[in-house]
Design a protein around this ligand. Structure first.
Ligand SMILES: Nc1ncnc2c1ncn2[C@@H]1O[C@H](COP(=O)(O)OP(=O)(O)OP(=O)(O)O)[C@@H](O)[C@H]1O
Length: 354
């Protein structure tokens, strides 16, 4: 399963133009380049946080009655106001997202919301579309039907497309394979985007690389090659790469990180390290330097029970291309939903067929 997924991500067999710029910079290439690497994100945000996290402007002609003219009872007005307030912290919303690969319909109408401050896990049986929905959110895949709203605004186009215009939010995707360029040093991997896309001085980039490596508990590894790192260290380097950004160019906008099976293939202790790291770079946590993390919200696709328990607070359960259950992590094992029960217990008996 792991190998297959890694293969899907690490080749451009999907035919996506997205991977067309996934090459190491020519002057930094040393030998072969892992073509799988892609950092996803809009570094062009110009909206201030207050705007970034506020609800989309709502027209009172959109089906909801006007508060001014219809003399609604106070309770009704309150309800509507609460609904607006409750939606004001939604960073990402998937609405009825469909996606097929050839004849195979994978996502059959996926809807859920990610709010500011949330730590969400996406779980479900193999092949049910968990990685696919992450890639749709990240702008690596376009939905066939339905939409993804980023801070209330419909995402148009894919990452790198000219018509891609997401502002007010940065989205980073951390691939399960870590997907480092094997021909670049750790420092070059972490600073890749800044070396390539920014006008920052090399010395400043190096400083940021050092800071971000330190934040994930890695000091003094900048000049090592990826082949010299353990699997857990590679995942941390990938995380540091997703945290770094050009802070000279843009207004500060929230960042959402999407982790695709971050603990797959790790031993239990290495998994705990990565799970705690995921928590630590969240703004509610403290990074390895004791500073508050930078991440506003994150989403973790995982199969591992330890990761579910330790790294996320809320779960979205995908089955057969749809969300069949959502709930808090502590509700997962006591759910009466037969699909969830079977999955949580690992039983062969139940609605999920293998
Ligand atoms: N680019 C692609 N081209 C063709 N089929 C694809 C592509 N990407 C994914 N698929 C198929 O879509 C289905 C869902 O894949 P996905 O990786 O999203 O599942 P998943 O729920 O993350 O699985 P797992 O838990 O095993 O990693 C699989 O059957 C896979 O073969």
């Amino acid at each position: 399963m792991y190998t297959f997924r890694a293969a899907v991500v690490s080749t451009s067999s999907s035919g996506l133009p997205l991977f067309s710029d996934c090459r190491a910079p020519r002057h930094r290439r040393r030998g072969s380049v892992d073509p799988s690497w892609k950092t996803v994100g809009s570094r062009r945000g110009s909206t201030k946080i207050a705007c970034a996290c506020s609800a989309p402007p709502r027209s009172w002609d959109d089906g909801l009655p006007s508060l001014e003219s219809n003399g609604l009872p106070l309770s009704e007005k309150t309800r509507i106001n609460e609904e607006i307030d409750n939606n004001s912290d939604i960073l990402i919303e998937c609405r009825d997202v469909h996606k097929s690969f050839g004849e195979k319909e994978i996502l059959k109408g996926v809807s859920f919301k990610i709010r500011h401050g949330e730590a969400v896990g996406i779980i479900g049986p193999s092949g049910t579309g968990k990685s696919t929905i992450l890639k749709v959110i990240a702008g690596l895949l376009a939905p066939d039907k339905g939409e993804v709203l980023i801070c209330g605004k419909k995402r148009e186009g894919l990452v790198g497309d000219e018509d891609e215009d997401i502002s007010g939010l940065r989205i980073g995707l951390v691939f399960q394979s870590a997907a480092l360029f094997d021909s670049l040093t750790v420092r070059e991997n972490v600073g890749f985007l800044l070396y390539e896309k920014s006008k920052m001085q090399e010395a400043r980039i190096e400083e940021l690389v050092r800071e971000n490596l330190a934040a994930v508990g890695l000091k003094g590894v900048g000049e090592l090659m990826p082949s010299e790192l353990s699997g857990g260290m590679k995942k941390r380097v990938a995380l540091a790469r997703s945290l770094i950004f050009d802070d000279t160019q843009e207004a500060e906008v929230p960042e959402v990180l999407l982790y695709d099976e971050p603990t797959a293939g790790l031993d239990p202790i290495a998994s705990t390290v990565v799970e705690d790291l995921i928590r630590s770079v969240h703004f509610k946590g403290k990074d390895a330097l004791g500073e508050p993390g930078k991440i506003a919200s994150y989403v973790v696709v995982t199969h591992q029970h330890s990761t579910i328990r330790r790294a996320v607070d809320r779960l979205v359960f995908l089955y057969d291309g749809r969300v069949v259950w959502e709930g808090m992590t502590h509700e997962f094992t006591s759910s009466t939903n037969p699909i969830v029960r079977q999955f949580a217990s690992g039983s062969l008996e139940g609605p999920i067929g293998y």
